[in-house]
Design a protein around this ligand. Sequence first.
Ligand code: ATP
Length: 287
Amino acid sequence: MSNAVGQGAANPGASPPASSGYAAKPSSRAQAGAIEQCGAIQITNLDFFYGETQALRGVTLKAPAKRATALIGPSGCGKSTLLRVLNRMYDMYPNERATGEVEMDGCDILGPDVDLNLLRWRIGMVFQEPTPFPMSIYDNVAFGPRFLENLSEGEMDERVQETLLRAALWNEVKDRLSEQANSISIGQQQRLCIARALAARPEVILLDEPTSALDPLSSLKIEMLIADLKQNVTILIVTHNMEQARRCADEVAFFYLGEMVESGPTAQMFEAPLRERTRNYFAGKFG
Ligand SMILES: Nc1ncnc2c1ncn2[C@@H]1O[C@H](COP(=O)(O)OP(=O)(O)OP(=O)(O)O)[C@@H](O)[C@H]1O
C-alpha cells in the first residue's frame, strides 16, 4: 500500500507540546498506574451558557472508561452542548462559556493550560452529517497521526490499514485509498470519519447522532462498530433513537431542559427508571 497523494495533504507537522495541563501521555499514565482508567470522564456541577442563554444547569455525570454512555432527551435539552464542552469546541466562540468541573482520568479538561489541539484528538468527535476532509481516503485517516506522531511511511501505511480494519471499512476501500473521501457512500464516509478519529488512538469518541443521516444498513454497521470499539475506547453517543440507545449503550443519561435528570445502567433506565419525568419520557408522554 502506498499513499498516492503523498505529503500533499494538510499536515500541521506540529509535535504535541512538551507540557499541557491535560495531556498525560500513555507512558506517564502507565507509570501512574492509571492505565485501566483511560477515558473515564467525571462531570461535576457543569453550567454552560450561550451568551445569556443557559443550556446546561448543574450537570453531574460519570461516563465510565471503555463503556458506551447514551445521552437521551427531548430536542433542545443540551445533549449536543455537553459533547461540545467535552472537547472544548465552545472555545472557538467568544460568547460561550462553561463553569464547573470536567475531568478525564483526573485531569482537568476545562483548565486554561489545556492544549486544545491535542485534547480534540484525545477526545475525538463525529457529527450527524459525515465531515470527511477534502482530501484522499488515506490522508483523512493519516491526518491525526501526522499531527501527533513521527511515523515512517511504512508505519503510517500500517496505521491506516489497521485503523480502517477497526472501522470495518478496509475491505470496501483498500483499492481506493488515493480517491477523494467524498467519492464513497455517505455511510462509508461516516465510518471514515470514525476511522479518522480512531487513528489518533483517542481515549474517548463523542458521537452526535451518528446514524441519523444514514440508511438502515449503514446505521447497523455503525452500531456494530460501536459495540466493537467500546472494548478499547470510551464512547458518548447522543441519539434520539431509543432502541439504538438500548442496543448500544451500557449507561444511559436522561436530560431535560438542560438538567441531567437521571442516569444509570441501560437495563435499569429502561425497565425501572427512578424519576417520574424519565418514566413519562420513555412512555412517550412528551418528546
Ligand atoms: N449557538 C447557540 N446559541 C444560542 N443558543 C443555542 C445555541 N446552540 C444551542 N442553543 C440552545 O441551547 C439549548 C441546548 O441545545 P442543544 O443543541 O445542546 O440540545 P440537544 O438536546 O442536543 O437538541 P437536539 O436533540 O435537537 O439536537 C437549546 O435551548 C438551544 O436552543
